[in-house]
Design a binder for this molecule. Structure first.
Ligand code: ADP
Ligand code: MG
Length: 337
């Protein structure tokens, strides 16, 4: 890398951005979340998954909120620990450092299995084997612009074979390095959603894991969600309707990046080139579950508006909105108002 290159510090998932996003969500939640009639609502926030996690539950006054929140934090902690590729005690770290097959916890096996399946349904745009590339670009550290040789070598990792059989992840060598950053929050939001869906007293909830949102209302009342402007951190680009029981996610080039000589190198990589995808600045996706929303937001970001819209044109379960390099809405079938 050019030694004289001007760097701006790497911004890990900017908590501020998320907080602004949440403020936007709340604005569009109808001036707060006070509950209706005999119901009350409780909201709890924690920093997990390197972002802000906010859970809002509406239920009758005598509902055991503390016990439910305890269950939720436990579930999220288990997911967070299972999907963390950097913690040397995590199952994923151990898998990535093994040169042969490994038995992994159930959630990790499920997440890897889903990740591998979505590679095909996104024409390769989503690929959990990007781990070696993510390490190379050092998005978790100071950032590093790789040489051609480094890129060519890391791209080999994308072609290394792996598969999931039951709770065993099959591996033949030290590659590939699996990275679940593109689906972990969606997976975890669905796991929390399943817990809340199984509790009949709950009348309405909104799960928000750093913009990976899943929400349900017993009376099927919809939710209005704000989208952060990709280029103006304190503004929203608009809002859209999230039907009850659905999920949404946004992938953007502003969440994790570093700059060298005025060029922004962000964390969503095109598996075809190994470099940051350059076809748009953000994509918001509405899907029937949070895992699909998380994955398709990343995949459609990589594909850009033309290829992306072609991929989902026959999908009634997916809606997307694309934003250009100036942060302006360009295309999509998700109505932004
Ligand atoms: P965030 O994690 O900020 O919500 P995304 O959901 O868009 O953002 O996921 C981006 C993360 O996914 C990256 O930080 C990296 O760990 C991983 N990733 C990057 N490119 C890809 C890709 N093409 N396919 C799958 N995962 C990816
Ligand atoms: Mg995401």
């Amino acid at each position: 890398m050019n030694k004289n290159a001007k760097r701006t510090p790497l911004r890990t998932t900017a908590i501020l951005v998320v907080i602004l996003f949440i403020v936007a969500v709340l604005i569009y939640f109808g001036g707060g979340y006070h509950g209706r009639g005999r119901e009350v609502s409780e909201r709890r926030t924690r920093v997990m998954f390197d972002t802000s996690v906010q859970i809002t539950i509406e239920a009758p006054k005598d509902f055991d909120f503390p016990a439910t929140f305890t269950k939720i934090w436990e579930e999220l902690s288990v997911c967070e620990a299972a999907f963390d590729a950097y913690d040397s005690n995590s199952a994923l770290f151990k898998l990535n450092n093994s040169d042969s097959s490994v038995v992994v916890p159930e959630r990790l096996a499920k997440a890897i299995s889903a990740g591998l399946a979505y590679r095909d349904s996104t024409t390769g745009a989503f690929n959990i084997k990007v781990g070696e590339l993510v390490k190379l670009w050092d998005f978790a550290g100071d950032g590093h612009v790789p040489t051609e040789t480094e890129l060519t070598d890391a791209l080999i990792g994308l072609r290394s074979l792996t598969a999931v059989h039951g709770d065993t992840v099959v591996k033949y060598m030290d590659r590939p390095i699996i990275d679940l950053g593109g689906l972990g929050k969606g997976f975890a939001a669905d796991a929390v959603g399943a817990i809340l869906d199984s509790i009949p007293q709950i009348t309405r909830y909104l799960i928000d894991l750093g913009g990976n949102i899943r929400a349900r209302d017993k009376k099927s009342k919809e939710f209005r969600i704000g989208v952060r402007h990709p280029r103006k951190p304190d503004e929203i680009a608009g809002s859209f309707i999230l039907p009850s029981g659905c999920a949404c996610a946004t992938a953007g080039d502003y969440q994790r990046y570093f700059e060298v000589n005025g060029v922004r190198y962000h964390h969503i990589l095109d598996p075809a080139t190994g470099r940051p995808a350059r076809n748009c600045s953000a994509v918001t996706v509405v899907a029937s579950n949070a895992l699909a929303a998380d994955i398709y937001s990343t995949a459609l970001f990589v594909l850009g508006p033309d290829k992306g819209m072609r991929l989902i044109k026959n999908r009634t379960d997916l809606k997307a909105a694309f934003f250009d390099d100036n942060g302006e809405y360009i295309d999509g079938n998700l109505k932004i108002e």
